[in-house]
Write a protein of this length. Sequence first.
Length: 144
Amino acid sequence: MKRLGKKDELCIGCNQCVDICSNTYFREALKEKSSIRVNMESQKGYDINVCSQCGECIEICQIEALYRDKNQVVKIKKHDCVGCLMCVGFCPEEAMRQHDDLIEPFKCVACGLCAKNCPTGAIFIENVDLVELVALGETATAGE
């Protein structure tokens, strides 16, 4: 399974990842329209919040607008989504995003553009074994 990995301790809070994400998908540098959030945690440094591709949202969606692609990345069928935002409310990572300009939610699709632009390597694309993650309880809906 392809996903965005992170090492919070390497993050310097430059927000290049945030900017490249919102510019790529929404054509504007607006942190609220980025699938990645970088938050300052007191004394701990920065916390990178991004979808872990756990798949919990797939089980919540009554419309079946969420699915895993061939790389096991969770994606949204925008033409099927009715904008109920149940997935946003139930995301255990709080990484399913919503913006008032949009009907449907959005999330990280592990495209890797942010990782290519991260000056410290705090975020990176990793391939993990979906079956192993299910066994550890870190993901849901294997093989969907």
